[in-house]
Design a protein around this ligand. Structure first.
Ligand code: S3P
Length: 440
């Protein structure tokens, strides 16, 4: 077992605002005629890029205080073509959701692009259904990748059965239909995060649920702006949940965290592994459940992580795998081929970094398996405990960098992470907050 010597200061912490909700607050503000307000907005590169993109289409964004913005939009019919390329940096959510929305804006032409990681990510998954809806969208990169060239137009009523449980695809098509005042019927095989549905309803619209996994939206849509309150991001809290349950001593309370059931898979998975995390002060804010999370040092064991849980832990698998290194009997994740389409190919990046530590990992097309408590691993941990230096490659991926920083704090191993600046895309202040939880 990796030695567990980390003592935490028992303290209450907060993490930055939810990334998914921050992106969506800008998109719904841009679609709405008039004023919207957001508090708790994640002031990190990804959502700030989305905000900056829509200001180029005519959205006025005014910062009132940290995380607090006032938006004024001329409404979807009056948004204009930007005269520069829209740069979404590292954000798949930013570019895919914005692409859908812009496809439905009649007369608005735009080119959407991003950094080298984003330009490698699959866009065919949105180009295909958007084109079937009548959109004009072309991937100018190799194999239908970004930059995306869009000529916004009136789209047709559309029915789509998504082959992938992806909130980005679902939200992209919903925003296209909403922007274009057209009807959409959508179904998926496992429920992906439903923040777009919740925000759409919060603005006064109705969703016709045909089955738990199939719904319909129909115009006319109500888009008069709203006051959005963004809670802390459970995907960011996940790093501190793992730190808390694997510490030797101390309890963390991570307050004001969004607990949408399609996002709380990390709590279920940790619980299946034997971790104790308590939910305190449950409440509903802006149509989304919120609460505080308290961690307790726990002994972890191998658990079977069911396929149905994958969409709700998709962003947390790297940090959950770090927890898995400490689990008696090992860790295995399967049915997670979607990990290959994230900021990096997270199956490959996790497997190669674990192998760099020296442990044996089995790689599958849809996941990987390891046993950090095997006899062979014990020899590796003993070696690393003597201070052997290991290079970790982050592959332009914030969650890979943060996961290995947590492992470094928990194990005391000399891990050298090649680049940590990606963390700015989702979690400014991560390293300071982490240091603040540890004793010197
Ligand atoms: C997101 C959806 C997820 C997730 C991403 C944010 C969203 O992607 O990985 O970080 O805000 O809709 P998929 O739904 O494509 O899996």
């Amino acid at each position: 077992m990796i030695p567990r010597n980390t003592k935490l200061k028992s303290r209450e912490i907060t993490v930055p605002g939810d990334k998914s909700l921050s992106h969506r607050s800008v998109l719904f503000a841009a679609l709405s005629k008039g004023r919207s307000k957001v508090t708790g907005f994640l002031e990190a590169e990804d959502p700030l890029n989305t905000m900056s993109a829509f200001t180029k289409l005519g959205l006025n964004a005014k910062k009132i205080a940290p995380g607090e913005y006032e938006f004024e939009s001329p409404g979807k019919e009056s948004l204009v073509s930007p005269n520069v390329e829209l740069d979404f940096g590292n954000a798949g959510t930013g570019i895919r959701l914005s692409a859908g929305l812009i496809c439905g804006l009649r007369g608005v032409n735009a080119t959407l692009t991003g950094d080298d990681s984003l330009k490698k990510r699959p866009m065919g998954r949105i180009i295909k259904p958007l084109t079937a809806m009548g959109a004009s969208i072309v991937g100018l990169g190799e194999k239908e990748t970004a930059p995306l060239k869009i000529e916004g137009r009136k789209l047709s009523a559309f029915r789509y059965e998504s082959p992938i449980a992806s909130a980005q695809i679902k939200s992209c098509l919903m925003l296209a239909a909403i922007a274009s005042e057209t009807e959409l019927e959508y179904s998926e095989n496992i429920l992906s995060r439903d923040h777009t549905e919740n925000m759409f309803r919060f603005l006064g619209n109705e969703i016709e649920r045909i089955t738990p996994l199939r719904f319909k939206i129909k115009p006319p849509y109500i888009l008069n702006g709203g006051e959005f309150k963004v809670p802390g991001d459970i995907s960011s809290a996940a790093f501190f949940l793992v730190l808390g349950v694997l510490a030797k001593e101390g309890n963390l309370v991570i307050s004001n965290i969004g607990l949408n059931p399609a996002r709380t898979g990390i709590l279920t998975a940790l619980e299946l592994m034997g971790a104790k995390v308590e939910i305190l002060n449950r409440r509903i804010e802006c149509g989304e459940p919120v609460g505080d999370l308290k961690t307790y040092p726990s002994v972890l064991k191998k658990a079977n992580i069911p396929e149905s849980l994958i969409p709700s832990i998709i962003d947390e698998i790297p940090i959950l795998s770090v927890a898995g290194l400490f689990a008696e009997g090992g860790f295995e994740i399967r049915h997670a081929e979607e990990l290959r389409a994230k900021e990096s190919d997270r199956i490959h990046t996790m497997v190669s970094n674990f192998r760099a530590l020296g442990i044996e990992v089995e790689e599958y097309p849809d996941g990987y398996a390891l046993d950090g408590t095997s006899k062979k691993s014990e020899i590796v941990w003993a070696e690393l405990s003597k201070g052997k230096k290991i290079s970790i490659l982050s592959h332009m991926d914030h969650r890979i960098a943060m996961s290995f920083l947590i492992l470094k704090s928990l194990s005391g191993f000399s891990l050298e992470i090649d680049e940590t600046s990606w963390i700015e895309t989702s979690f400014p202040g991560f390293e300071t907050l982490l240091r603040g939880c540890l004793y010197e």
